[in-house]
Design a protein around this ligand. Sequence first.
Ligand code: UDP
Length: 244
Amino acid sequence: MNERIKILGIPFINTSFNKMIEILQGKIEKEEKAFVVTANPEIVMYTYEDAEYKETILNADYIVPDGHGILLASKILDKPIDERVTGYDLMMKLLELANKNRWRIFLLGGKAEVNRKAALNLTAEFPDLVLAGNQDGYFNTDDKKVACEIAKSNPDLIFVALGFPKQEKWILENISSFSKGVFIGVGGSVDVLAGEVKRAPDIWQNMKLEWLYRLLQQPSRWRRMLALPRFVIQVLYSKNQKKD
Ligand code: UDP
């Protein structure tokens, strides 16, 4: 059993990136299901606003620390998490393994053109990849038939890019239609795969400035990004509460 570290009520798995990959590889090989949430500070703050969303992600098998903000919070709370496990890195490594092991991939989400481009880029980058299917993310998410259709393509790995909270809610509501599969909410990673949005270069990531790079690329996100300072304040507050 891997250790879980709670940050503002959200239990993060404390493991290395490689170990996380090993765990998910095991799930795929045994044809077991798994629900993975790649949670950043924005997601944690959102659980304060939407109780149903909090309940949803508490149903996940693994909540991984996506972002330096989560690691910083774990340090502030004196329960340091070993390593960041970002949704994008997880997706790329799993795609590499899928290419090697002929796992079946389904790519769900993004605008029609973005989804199509992302699928094309994937098959170009990973020539042996078995694409079970792909579909844009603008459908009626209450329609259970969509999941049944996807399940028919028998995927081992389903990347769900509907943005939070939609993607996690969709996974929880529909995972029962599948007999196997690792489900990961990957948010805007489909835009990166399609080449629409650039991921922050390593130097920005190492300086822990990925958020700034993202803001400069998509300035319309500024309001959402206020979740970051609110998150740090909330973590400091929760630490003080515990001391009292
Ligand atoms: N998206 C989608 N269906 C929706 C809403 C969003 O497919 O109903 C897609 C959107 O086009 C984008 C991705 O979800 O490609 C991630 O959106 P966003 O940047 O808001 O999510 P985040 O990365 O913050 O989770």
